[in-house]
Design a protein around this ligand. Structure first.
Ligand SMILES: Nc1c(N[C@@H]2O[C@H](COP(=O)(O)O)[C@@H](O)[C@H]2O)[nH]c(=O)[nH]c1=O
Length: 151
């Protein structure tokens, strides 16, 4: 049966990028995957000055609001790299935190879907026709960790 997730406080909330699981990437600790992902939008761009504020945001919602601010110019290659950026962060999250790694592995081969009513790229959108890239990343991370665990 397909597993739907979205908000942190709902079932499988640990699959949300807003869940409170810090990750370390290239020597920097980020409070959530969402903090890291939003900050990467500005790496090398003329708006890079915003990155410390995103890093210091008190909540992932605040980090997302800063990163989504429509007037700021994103790095030129963002559309090309965003899926790889997200995958690296999600992989790091589930390698670092073995309690939620177990929850991910126990889902077996079930299809995972981010049930966002608004996001048709990362989630499935209101009518379930979205591309579900976050769900796809979680399933591919699940497979990669399974291989690692098997050795
Ligand atoms: N989980 C979750 C959301 N979904 C997340 O939003 C991110 C996409 O951001 P952007 O590329 O800026 O549109 C991505 O991490 C996706 O999983 N959005 C929310 O407002 N609240 C939430 O609880």
């Amino acid at each position: 049966m397909t597993i739907y997730f979205y908000k942190v406080w709902q079932p499988y909330g640990c699959f949300s990028n807003f869940s409170p699981h810090p990750i370390e990437i290239q020597g920097t600790y980020w409070p959530t995957v969402e903090h890291y992902y939003q900050a990467q939008k500005f790496v090398g761009s003329e708006e890079a000055i915003i990155i410390p504020s995103i890093h210091a945001a008190a909540t992932p919602e605040e980090a997302a609001a800063l990163g989504r601010c429509g007037t700021r110019k994103l790095r030129y290659d963002w559309e090309m790299v965003k899926t790889d950026v997200m995958r690296a962060a999600v992989l790091k999250k589930f390698i670092t935190h073995t309690d939620i790694q177990e929850i991910l592995l126990v889902t077996g081969d079930e299809v995972l879907v981010e049930n966002s009513p608004t996001d048709y790229f990362w989630g499935c959108g209101a009518d379930k026709t979205g591309q579900n890239h976050l769900g796809k990343i979680l399933m591919s991370v699940r497979e990669e960790i399974r291989q690692l665990v098997r050795g």
